[in-house]
Structures are given as structure tokens and as C-alpha cells.
Design a binder for this molecule. Structure first.
Ligand code: GAP
Length: 576
């Protein structure tokens, strides 16, 4: 799937029209980065979260050692003691370098590391940089821009036109810039129009890096307005602040959690002590996280309020790589099994300089969304060493080490008669240690968005007159579909509505179903296709004679007849 703005627009429109996702507080003009899930969206996202909980916490796959995995769940508070965020490094380090444009009428804000820059050179002197809102200098947008600016013979017509416009804009802006003024006169005392011509002729453009690699941000053109009016990068903490209690003083300052993970780390001992679990074991949590993202964008992809589904899996350092490989695969397979086709989904191992300093390895599960040519992160699976537990152990002063009592019981005889040696041994490896953590950290909203993108399909289906009509159908995997089945009486008479209602009431006790009694049958099908309902069940004339109903499959359009008292078990079989 290549970037397809039209598809994204159609999907966003469908989400609004059919009640999947609305802009947050829309009647007051909305609020950037906040979204409300409507009646269909809430069911869709709830299914994603519940399947995650069921498949990861309640019934995880067998471990790499062939044994059952021990998993526990928690639901920690959204606001925690601010010391948690000091220990985790979020107070000191959860910052993005930001630049803003000073130009009147622009005032755009960017994350400095997300502005790719191209060097504009005259000879070997850099006279300016072109800023582009793109993930990297190697992104397709950046490559196309370089081609256009250099008037490359391979340029498409569109790129050539863009290149011409851009060169003119750069020239206008750059000729005002001191760096350009310094270079051009050295080529001789030229008249103004000759300077312009020399500039045009001599300008070359090369890929460079990100804005962060440029010493002077004022030599970079604003990716929005093209003017050389960017501020220097400034640090910006992404945590939302609040105050606890009546006093708005520094002492009452607290943060809305930017991730659910820390709630798990601070409860490590509580779970260990109360659930009689042994290493290896994991703790899962699903919950809201809030980040004051600088550029919330791409629908719900980068929101300011979102939900995470995180596991912290605690294991012995010697087996950590085995668990890392295990979770990497389990998490990737989970998306595939719920319908994300493998060509749009990939598992990418992070390169050395992408890794956090404490992380031994990390893999990103990425999806090719229609809003970009590049794969984007859905989930990270990280080997975090014992970094987090060490930090909380140090900052809280509470002992968060794990004592392997089973191993000690086996070995205790070795220390018989030497109390001091036994005491010393019990304080050290292999009996006592801070466990290593493998963290599969997923976003429920990003997963939901990926499922929405993957499901969106345009095809043809017969209308009431048997002619083929274009239809929009959301081909969700039945397990995540918001409505599992819709019940229709074929006509509004002869006892059909009453029977359809009876069947609907029976099914409603087991799953989310819908009853639609109005309109032409074709139109009722279309409505359910757009909602992604996998099965439509019609009560017709034959139902009254032989007690069977028609069940129509959303994707194949095939229809089968099923005894009316078998409908619920038929559906359950297909949703299992
Ligand atoms: N505890 C590790 C952690 O929070 P992260 O990569 O910052 O790691 C994990 O976040 C996941 O949370 C991401 O892979 C993504 O799915 C989701 N996520 C992060 N920021 C988000 C945002 N602004 N909007 C929506 N989802 C987001």
C-alpha cells in the first residue's frame, strides 16, 4: 500500500459518518490530538483490547520452554507520585526538541528531529538548508524533493514544476540571507540580476540529515512557509502537568501518566507478594496514556490521549534473549491472525543507534498506513535489561530484587554450617537479582486504526434488482467486528418482524448484534457492510414454513440456510 491520501480521506469520512471515530469536543471546534470513539468505534476498540487481554493475560501461548506462562493483570492509577517519573527519567528526559516558525501567518511548530534537511551548496559552501517535514533524509518525500531541486533528468513533470517553484522560493528567501550574501560576491562584484543568475546556476542540493544536525536553525527554511525564520530547537516536556489537592504549588505538581509501563514496575513487588508467582512471569495492563504531542497528526495515529496495551515480562537475565524472541514472534503473529496482511505489516529490528542505551535489542512491529509511504510503528518489543527496576529500587529505597527460593532450597545444603557464607550467597546471583524485562508495548488506538485501514474495501455487490452496485465494505476479522450479526425481517408482515426480533433477543445475550426492520433489504445489507458486520440473518417466507433463516456472508456474499434455533451456535463457531 503506497501513501494514498484519498483513501485516508474516505476512511476518515466513513469513520465519522458511521460512528466509528469523531473529532473530540467537535461542537466547540474540536481539540487537536483528541478523538472520541462513537458507538461502532467503541465496540471495535473494545474488541481489540479484550482480545489482547484474553490472548496475552488470560490465555497466553505456551512459553519457549513448553511450559504455561504465568501472566497477571493490573490497573494502576493514571496519576502517580511524581517521584515515579523522576526515577523513570521522564521528568528529566521525556523531551522533544522543538522549533517554531517566527513568520507572521505561519507560526508552525515542528519536532526538530522530524524535519529532514537538504544542504543547498554553492561550490562547497552551504548557503542554506531546505527543511522538509519528513521522517528522514532518505524518505521518499525527501528523495523526490532533491530530485526536483536538482532538476534531475529522471524528474517527473510534476517534480520538475515543483523544483522550479522551489528554486525560485529558495532564491528569493536565500538572497536575503547573510550566508548567501557572503558567498556570492566572492565570485566577482556582480549586479543583482547576475547574482540571481549565478545563484540559480550554481545551486546544488544534497541530502543532509535532520534539523538537529544543523548548527544554526536560521539557515533552514520552514517546511510550511519556506521562509528562513525558524527558531533554535528548544526542549519541550511531553508530560501533561496537573495539581493534586487545593493548592496550585510546586509541591502539589503531578503528571498525567505518559505510559502505562511505570504503573507495572512500581507494582512489581505487590504482584510478586500477593500472587505467589515466580520468575519468569509477566504483568499486563491496558489503559490510557497522555502525551502533549507537538504535532498530533494522521488521524488517531499520533494523539494526545491514547490507550496502551503493555506487558512487562520479568525473567532471569540468562533466559532473556529466549523470551525476547518469543514475545517478538507472539506479538507479530497476533496482528496477522486478526487480519493484518503480512505485506502491510512487518517486524523490523532496530539498528544500534536507535536503541536506548540500556536496551540490548528492540523490534518494532510496523504497518504501512495509507497516510505514508513508510512503515509506521504499531508496537515495540524491547529488551530493557533491568534498567527500570534498578531505577525504582534506587529512587524508592525499596528492595525490588527477586529471591529464587526454589533454587536456594536445592542448594542450601552447600552452605550448611557456614551461616555467613549462606547469608552472603543469599544476597547474590544466582539466588537474588533484579530481573531482566522484556516489554511488548502496543497502542490500542494505532492497532484499531490499522484494522480500520486494512478492512476498508471497495467492491461490487448486487442491488435489490440484481444489478451490480459499487459498495464500501469494512472487511474486519469477525473477532474484531463491532457488530457480529444483523437480523432482518424480509418484509414487515406475516410475523417476520416478531420472529426476527425474537432471534435478535436470543443472540443479544451472547454477542453484540443489531436488528434492522426498515428499508429495502439491499440497503440494509449496505449499511451493515459499511459497519463491517460479518453476517446478516434474514427471516423470510421459508422461515415460517421450514424454520430456517438465510445467513449472508459479508465478504463472499454467499448465502446459507440455517435452522433458526441453531443461529447462535452457528455464529459462535465462526467467532471462536
Ligand atoms: N513503555 C514504552 C512506551 O511507552 P512508546 O513507543 O512510547 O513506548 C508504545 O509507546 C506504543 O504506544 C507505540 O508503539 C504506539 O502504538 C503507542 N503510542 C505512543 N505514542 C502514541 C500517540 N501519541 N498516539 C497514539 N499511540 C501512541
Amino acid at each position: 500500500m503506497a501513501a494514498d491520501a484519498t483513501l485516508m480521506e474516505k476512511l476518515t469520512a466513513l469513520c465519522k459518518r458511521r460512528g466509528f471515530i469523531f473529532p473530540g469536543s467537535e461542537i466547540y471546534g474540536g481539540l487537536g490530538g483528541f478523538w472520541d470513539y462513537g458507538p461502532l468505534g467503541v465496540e471495535l476498540k473494545r474488541n481489540v483490547k479484550e482480545l489482547w487481554w484474553r490472548d496475552m493475560v488470560l490465555n497466553p501461548p505456551t512459553g519457549p520452554d513448553g511450559k504455561e506462562i504465568s501472566m497477571q493483570g493490573i490497573d494502576a492509577a493514571l496519576i502517580m507520585n511524581p517521584k515515579v517519573w523522576e526515577a523513570s527519567g521522564h521528568v528529566g528526559g521525556f523531551r522533544d526538541p522543538m522549533v517554531s516558525c517566527k513568520a507572521e501567518g505561519c507560526k508552525a511548530l515542528f519536532r526538530a528531529d522530524q524535519v529532514a534537511v537538504m544542504k543547498c551548496l554553492i561550490g562547497s559552501t552551504i548557503v542554506a538548508h531546505i527543511g522538509l517535514e519528513a521522517a528522514s533524509k532518505d524518505s521518499p518525500e525527501a528523495v523526490s524533493l532533491i530530485r526536483a531541486l536538482n532538476d534531475d533528468p529522471q524528474c517527473t513533470k510534476q517534480e520538475r514544476r515543483r523544483g522550479k517553484e522551489l528554486r525560485r522560493a529558495i532564491r528569493d528567501a536565500a538572497l536575503e540571507h547573510p550566508a548567501v550574501r557572503q558567498v556570492l560576491p566572492t565570485q566577482g562584484q556582480l549586479a543583482e540580476d547576475e547574482i540571481e543568475e549565478t545563484f540559480e546556476r550554481s545551486l546544488r542540493t544534497e541530502p543532509s540529515g535532520s534539523l538537529l544536525s544543523v548548527e544554526d536553525a536560521s539557515t533552514v527554511s520552514c517546511p510550511r512557509c519556506g521562509k528562513f525564520t525558524l527558531t533554535e530547537p528548544r526542549e519541550f516536556n511531553l508530560m501533561f502537568e496537573t495539581h493534586v489537592g487545593a493548592l496550585q504549588a510546586a509541591s502539589s505538581k503531578a503528571y498525567l501518566r505518559p505510559e502505562t509501563a511505570q504503573g507495572i514496575f512500581v507494582n512489581f513487588s505487590n504482584v510478586l507478594d500477593t500472587m505467589r508467582v515466580k520468575i519468569p512471569f509477566g504483568i499486563g495492563q491496558v489503559g490510557k496514556a497522555l502525551r502533549n504531542e507537538i504535532n498530533p497528526r494522521n488521524f488517531t495515529f499520533r494523539s494526545r490521549e491514547f490507550e496502551q496495551m503493555e506487558i512487562e515480562f520479568f525473567c532471569h537475565p540468562d533466559t532473556a534473549m529466549e523470551w525476547y524472541d518469543f514475545w517478538r514472534k507472539v506479538r507479530y503473529d497476533w496482528y496477522v491472525n486478526l487480519g493484518l496482511k503480512s505485506e502491510n505489516l512487518r517486524l523490523r529490528d532496530q539498528e544500534g543507534d536507535e536503541l536506548a542505551h540500556y536496551s540490548k535489542c528492540c523490534a518494532d512491529i510496523e504497518y504501512l498506513f495509507p497516510f505514508s509511504d513508510e512503515f509506521q510503528e504499531l508496537e515495540g518489543v524491547a529488551h530493557r535489561g533491568n534498567y527500570d527496576l534498578t531505577k525504582h529500587h534506587e529512587h524508592s529505597g525499596k528492595d525490588l530484587t527477586y529471591f529464587d527460593d526454589e533454587l536456594w532450597q536445592q542448594d542450601a545444603h552447600k552452605y550448611k554450617g557456614d551461616k555467613d557464607a549462606a547469608k552472603k550467597a543469599k544476597r547474590e546471583m544466582p539466588y537474588r537479582y533484579l530481573p531482566t524485562v522484556i516489554e511488548p508495548s502496543a497502542g490500542a488506538d494505532r492497532a484499531t486504526l490499522a484494522f480500520l485501514c486494512e478492512a476498508y474495501t471497495e467492491d461490487e455487490a448486487p442491488n435489490d434488482k440484481g444489478q451490480m452496485d459499487k459498495r464500501v465494505v469494512m472487511k474486519f476479522h469477525p473477532k474484531i467486528a463491532p457488530i457480529k450479526a444483523a437480523f432482518f425481517p424480509l418484509v414487515n408482515k406475516e410475523g417476520m418482524p416478531e420472529l426476527a426480533q425474537q432471534l435478535y433477543r436470543d443472540a443479544k445475550q451472547h454477542m453484540h448484534v443489531f436488528l434492522d426492520v426498515k428499508g429495502a433489504i439491499g440497503r440494509r445489507y449496505r449499511r451493515q457492510d459499511e459497519a463491517g458486520t460479518p453476517f446478516c440473518i434474514t427471516v423470510d417466507g421459508d422461515t415460517l414454513k421450514d424454520g430456517t433463516v438465510t445467513i449472508r456472508d459479508r465478504d463472499t456474499l454467499e448465502q446459507v440456510r440455517v435452522a433458526k434455533d441453531q443461529v447462535v451456535s452457528w455464529l459462535k463457531e465462526r467467532l471462536a
